[in-house]
Design a protein around this ligand. Structure first.
Ligand SMILES: Cc1cc2nc3c(=O)[nH]c(=O)nc-3n(C[C@H](O)[C@H](O)[C@H](O)COP(=O)(O)OP(=O)(O)OC[C@H]3O[C@@H](n4cnc5c(N)ncnc54)[C@H](O)[C@@H]3O)c2cc1C
Length: 389
């Protein structure tokens, strides 16, 4: 039977990044994905500055468009734009990014097997065992990087306290939509989907349009997407590759001392969860690639140190501040999209948003100057808004 130091199930950003870190440090890693690569994944494909800081390798070869401007609109009515003097988001497509990352894992020395579903996972005292594409393998440690609907969390009895959002997206070629309108611009639509927003992102030869919100919005997402298209002068039939996916968002508990504490469990003896499998999607933005990269880094660190129990605390320390701010902003957005729109256009607030996206600001409460009053008003609004449904 083949034996590995680590079996990583799933070769999305979380799994490939984990494999890259581990193999670079000399571990023998099997990286398995049930899909044949290149494969796509429903995703806006936006890489924020904070995600890039934690990327396991340069991603330049797969960047299609650079965004330095936001246009924010309220209920398809009033809007405003803000431009930054540096790139805000790099746009890629997931079939390109994920293939690139898997190739980097191979270059670092990982054994990558695509078209190989992991099944029959058994977690023992001294090792784990699984069938990977029909072959039984053993490993000292198992990393569940198998996304929102993964089996590793279930097999290990992990992944509790995860709320689900949903999102639906599709692509439209330039021509059907005027490229000059979207060039360098991420368009965000507030107040159009409960628990979320609509977007239009520019890519190389097309624009990506999508809507996301609370899990309960699932049955209405097609209607929300059709409205978004109409607001951009498009018929929903103009979209190709329309696909939906779950957004797993772990809830963050009450502050213990001054630290917010996560309630979910992402590690067990011999098993760690990373990325969407651990429910790490940002509740406000729906982003998860930054969190996938951070969790990959921390999981690899814990495995290499031989102490898996340190992982959960380090993950919480790295991500819970952001997540608790995002939950609060999400509650405020649900309570009053108009108040959030007003706050977002207030002087100084764009600087805080760019700081958060770049990873220079950890929490809006760090804001100083003109940005403080509108952000405090939003924090108050979040406190009186209803909790997570
Ligand atoms: C519509 C939408 C838009 C989004 N837009 C953005 C965005 O613009 N920016 C951003 O940062 N995030 C975005 N996200 C979130 C982002 O897509 C996820 O957070 C990210 O994909 C998480 O990466 P991952 O590696 O954890 O999981 P995934 O990318 O889901 O990868 C999991 C992998 O596991 C494999 N797998 C599953 N089960 C098995 C098995 N049993 N055996 C072997 N392999 C298995 C799957 O084939 C898959 O390749 C968006 C999400 C949605 C739904």
């Amino acid at each position: 039977m083949e034996h590995f130091d680590v079996l990583v199930v799933g070769a999305g950003p979380a799994g490939s990044a984990t494999a890259i870190h581990l193999t670079r440090a000399g571990a023998r890693v099997l990286l398995a994905d049930r899909a044949r690569f290149p494969r796509d994944k429903p995703c806006g494909g936006g890489l924020t500055g904070r995600a890039l800081r934690h990327a396991p390798c340069p991603v330049d070869p797969v960047v299609e468009h650079v965004v330095d401007r936001f246009r924010i609109r309220l209920r398809y009515g009033p809007s405003f734009s803000r431009r930054h003097d540096r790139p805000l988001i790099l746009m890629t497509q997931r079939r390109r990014l994920d293939l690139h990352l898997a190739e980097q894992a191979v270059a670092a020395g990982a054994d990558f097997r695509d078209g190989s579903r992991a099944t029959e996972i058994e977690i023992g005292e001294t090792h784990v065992r699984a069938k990977v594409g029909g072959t039984t393998v053993r490993a000292d440690t198992l990393v569940g990087a198998d996304g929102a609907n993964g089996i590793v969390a279930r097999a290990a009895g992990l992944g509790e306290s995860i709320a689900s959002g949903v999102a639906l997206e599709g692509n439209v070629p330039y021509g059907a939509i005027d490229r000059s309108r979207v060039d360098g611009t991420a368009e965000i639509e507030l107040g159009v989907v409960p628990g979320g927003y609509g977007w239009m992102f520019p890519k190389g030869d097309h624009a990506n349009l999508g809507v996301g919100g609370w899990g309960s919005e699932g049955p209405r997402l097609r209607v929300h997407l059709a409205r978004l298209c109409r607001a951009h002068g498009l018929a929903v039939e103009a979209l190709s590759d329309v696909r939906g996916h779950r957004l797993p968002m772990r809830t963050v508990g009450r502050a213990v001392g001054s630290e917010p504490r996560s309630q979910s469990s992402v590690s067990a003896q011999r098993v760690l969860l990373v990325g969407d499998a651990a429910g790490l999607v940002d509740p406000l933005s729906g982003d998860g690639i930054y969190e996938a990269f951070v969790s990959a880094e921390l999981a690899a660190e814990a495995i290499l140190s031989g102490d898996l129990s340190a992982y959960e605390t380090r993950l919480s320390a790295a991500l819970d501040h952001n997540a608790s701010a995002s939950w609060a902003a999400k509650r405020a957005l649900d309570r009053s999209a108009a108040a959030c729109f007003w706050a977002a256009r207030s002087p100084g607030v764009f600087g805080v948003v760019t700081g958060l996206l770049a990873g220079d600001v950890r929490h809006p409460s760090e804001a100083r100057g003109l940005a403080r009053p509108p952000l405090r008003a939003l924090a108050r609004l979040a406190r009186i808004a209803s909790p997570v449904p």
